[in-house]
Design a binder for this molecule. Structure first.
Ligand SMILES: [Zn+2]
Length: 353
């Protein structure tokens, strides 16, 4: 009897060790797989699944790990591609990964620093400038004199005012203006300024482009916020850095990354509309959110929106946009929206542990 149980124990031991160290042992033995929902429980990460895109994400604080079924890699913190993943999607919808990868991910989450994670840079981009006046409108001043109103001046003053408010509120963040005087900047110079900022692991940034509108319809008025259509894919991942990877994989990776920016851009856009409405909603129209792939929005590799403050081609609105008091209100509106977004991003949604 005793010998039998000893043999059983020995067999058990062999089975377990061959499973655990399958790589060194029998080639045919299947790897030990770990359910990522269990991994979430063990590490305190939150597991999300995007049904339409087929993306699984484990998230804890600033740290994210993403998987898609049927591939042999996973994406660490939005940018770092790790190959050699063994995974399996069970019939009842459980996503399993190999033991070695699970150990790496566990370590990755354990190391997640409890320190602050947040928006470190706020890029404000007043449109046009210098030889490019942007939209031009006309209005009658108090003396009934016809005056021209340049978009480039309206947006610069608003951006500068907003920057001053944000700088006072956030001494620990950096507010970057793509221009702070009447100078001409190419579109790619604007996004280049933003994209060249080197972010630390716990830092993030947002991009807010500020414009004023024009229309052949002189009655058109109001503010609006544009962001990238969710289905639009920017080339966020440089193919050069993933030379060894099957090129079919890059679009999927881009989708994984884009999903993050799109969600943030929509949230930022919605908050800006609410806060602008709070400031000037009684004076002009809230034209709501718009979706468009403007160059600046498209090429800023971060959550980004474009605000149209109002129509310089509408006589009444041009009078408003020509007044410093009104631009102060618009600046306060942008400021409030950004603050609300940052509060939400850094606290409510659990980025700070
Ligand atoms: Zn413009």
């Amino acid at each position: 009897m005793k010998r039998l149980s000893l043999i059983l124990v020995l067999i058990m031991f062999l089975l377990i060790s061959s499973a655990l160290f399958g790589e060194d042992g029998d080639e045919s033995s299947p790897p030990v797989l770990v359910d990522i929902s269990e991994l979430a429980g063990e590490t305190g990460a939150v597991l999300r699944f995007d049904y339409w895109k087929g993306i699984y994400e484990l998230r804890k604080g600033s740290r994210s790990v993403r998987f898609t079924a049927g591939t042999s890699w996973y994406l660490l913190n939005y940018t770092e591609l790790r190959p050699e993943l063994v995974s399996e999607l069970t019939k009842d919808g459980h996503f399993l990964i190999d033991y070695e990868t699970a150990a790496v991910i566990k370590e990755f989450f354990v190391k997640a620093s409890p320190g602050s994670y947040g928006i470190k840079y706020i890029v404000l981009d007043p449109g046009h400038g210098g030889k490019d006046p942007g939209a031009i409108g006309y209005y009658l001043d108090d003396n009934n004199e016809k005056k021209a109103l340049n978009e480039k001046d309206v947006v610069l003053e608003t951006a500068m005012e907003t920057a001053a408010l944000l700088e006072a509120r956030y001494p620990d963040k950096e507010v970057i203006l793509t221009r702070s005087d009447d100078r001409y900047l190419k579109l790619e110079e604007r996004t280049g300024i933003a994209n060249s900022v080197e972010l630390a692991e716990n830092e993030s940034m947002i991009f807010v482009s500020i414009h004023a509108n024009a229309s052949f319809n002189s009655k058109a008025r109001g503010f609006e916020v544009w962001y990238l259509p969710p289905e639009y894919r920017r080339d966020l991942i440089d193919p050069e850095s993933f030379k060894d990877i099957d090129s079919d994989v890059l679009p999927i990776l881009n989708t994984m990354l884009e999903e993050e920016y799109t969600i943030e851009s929509v949230i930022l856009g919605e908050k800006l509309l609410v806060s602008l409405d709070g400031q000037v909603g009684n004076l002009t129209e809230n034209r709501g959110p718009k979706e468009e792939s403007w160059f600046v929005v498209r090429n800023a590799k971060m959550p980004s929106v474009l605000i149209e403050l109002g129509f310089v081609t509408n006589n009444d609105e041009a009078v408003l946009l020509a007044s410093h008091a009104y631009l102060k209100k618009l600046s306060k509106g942008i400021y409030n929206g950004v603050v609300d977004f940052i509060n939400d991003y850094e606290h409510t949604r659990g980025y700070i542990k």
